[in-house]
Design a protein around this ligand. Structure first.
Ligand code: SF4
Ligand code: SF4
Length: 438
């Protein structure tokens, strides 16, 4: 088997949150491979932990990927503030064609477009992907999983940070399908009576109070907060209310646009124009919606820039969804020129922590060798981009550790799914598998 087949077999997807099947990226051709270790979601430290603990595997993943895509250079992007990770990875890279690129502590340093420009000076064409400028970009944990796949080991665990209102913030590695409730308990439990979770981070994550949700291949972390936390309360506001406020209260001050990282990088993203569309008819909206086409959903406009606490990011989400439904493609400028004030307008993580009212939770969350051995796990059949898996097992069957339990439908984009431990299949539903530990 070549690397593409091994990675496909092992079910590797983008572990940074994107969930794109990794074998597809490996089939391209590029001159440089970038490992994304920027990790810019406030309070999350799982990529730093992966780099500190698994620098050799990370380097091996980068080198294997370079070989697969024909690249001569490898770059690992790490924030300079993560000194331990920088030292460990730099030591591992000595004498190789892979180098460390130090990044500042701003948000969103991990946005692929931003990282590509920082690390190589190249600009991805509007609406394009890194491959268009000769690059393959993968999250650092994805690359560790690629190295494991080459050794025949499938993805059956996930490393994630448990932070916020918990007794002992920490980063742990758990079997896929473990409940978030068990992860929060491992971090000493919530310190608030009515916890709400920001899964994947405060800026781009999903907000829920369902603690029994399972850890999947893209879960980078969980921030636990009280329901009455100001930002959580904002996130829980119904969509209709968000739109109604935006329609009546946006004063077109442009702060959302002036601080938008994609706009500052030179792309035609102008959230204030998208907000303007809220006040127009559906016909008018279709015109203005294009200003959202290259928004990366970083959330800065909604959670940091807007002085009126409106929801430009959510308006952009809606616009992009409308454009997709109408099959509208980007038709604006094709040239990209970074804003002359870009460097001075970056959003420091320290300022973001204050604005998000998270400064009190900004504690280290070091990796702990905590072993979680849940008696039952839930494996959703869809854990990343593309089609859900097709079950390869039936209820009542026994499976071995590492055995494939979900396959990719014919001709579809997707990733295989494997049992983290020896188990009996307790149930197979249209959306997930339940496995009981044997
Ligand atoms: S920052 Fe807020 S008020 Fe100003 S234009 Fe953007 S959405 Fe409107
Ligand atoms: S979410 Fe807002 S700030 Fe972020 S890229 Fe989109 S428009 Fe710009």
């Amino acid at each position: 088997m070549n690397l593409v087949e091994q990675v496909r077999e092992a079910g590797v997807v983008g572990a940074g949150g994107g969930g794109f099947p990794a074998h597809v990226k490996l089939a391209g051709k590029a001159d440089t491979v970038i490992a994304n270790g920027a990790e810019c979601e406030p309070l999350l430290h799982k990529d730093a932990a992966v780099m500190e603990r698994q620098a050799a595997e990370l380097l091996q993943g980068v080198q294997l990927t370079m070989e697969a895509v024909g690249a001569r250079t490898g770059i690992i992007g790490i924030k300079a503030k993560n000194r331990h990770a920088v030292d460990t990875v730099q030591a591992a890279c000595q004498g190789t064609a892979v180098r460390v690129h130090l990044l500042g502590d701003y948000y969103p340093a991990g946005d692929e477009y931003d990282l590509v420009h920082e690390a190589t000076g190249r600009l991805i064409p509007p609406g394009g992907i890194p491959l268009n400028v000769g690059l393959v970009v993968c999250n650092v944990e994805t690359l560790v999983n690629i190295a494991a796949a080459a050794a025949g080991r499938p993805v059956v665990t996930k490393t994630l940070t448990i932070a916020g209102a918990v007794r002992e913030p920490q980063t742990i590695t758990v079997p896929l399908g473990t409940s978030l409730r068990a992860c929060v308990a491992a971090a000493g439990g919530a310190t608030v009576a009515d916890p709400v979770l920001a899964i994947g981070g405060m800026m781009m994550g999903e907000t829920t109070d369902e603690l029994d949700r399972p850890v999947i291949k893209t879960t980078g972390g969980v921030i636990v907060l009280p329901r009455d936390h100001h930002v959580i309360a904002r996130k829980l506001k119904p969509a209709a209310a968000r739109q109604a406020i935006g329609k009546s209260a946006c004063d077109q001050c442009r702060y959302c646009t002036e601080l938008c990282p994609r706009y500052l990088l030179g792309y035609a993203v102008e959230p204030h124009q998208v907000m303007r569309s809220l006040a127009f008819t559906a016909t008018g909206a279709a015109h203005w919606n294009e200003w959202a086409a290259m928004c990366c959903a970083c959330g800065l406009c909604t959670l940091f820039a807007c002085p009126e606490e409106l929801y430009p990011k959510e308006a952009c989400d809606q616009s992009k969804a409308e454009m997709k439904r109408a099959n509208l493609k980007w038709s604006g400028p094709t040239t990209v020129k970074p804003h002359p004030l870009r460097d001075g307008r970056r959003t420091p993580i320290a300022s973001l922590l204050k604005k998000l009212n998270l400064a009190q939770y900004a504690h280290p969350a070091p990796w702990q060798a905590t072993v979680l051995a849940p008696a039952q796990i839930t494996l959703p059949l869809k854990q990343g981009a593309g089609a859900p898996c097709q079950p390869l097992v039936r209820a009542g069957e026994t499976v071995a550790a590492g055995q494939a339990v979900g396959g990719i439908p014919d001709q579809a984009l997707g990733a295989r799914l494997h049992a983290p431990f020896a188990a009996t299949v307790a149930a197979v539903t249209p959306t997930h598998l339940l496995l009981d530990r044997r």
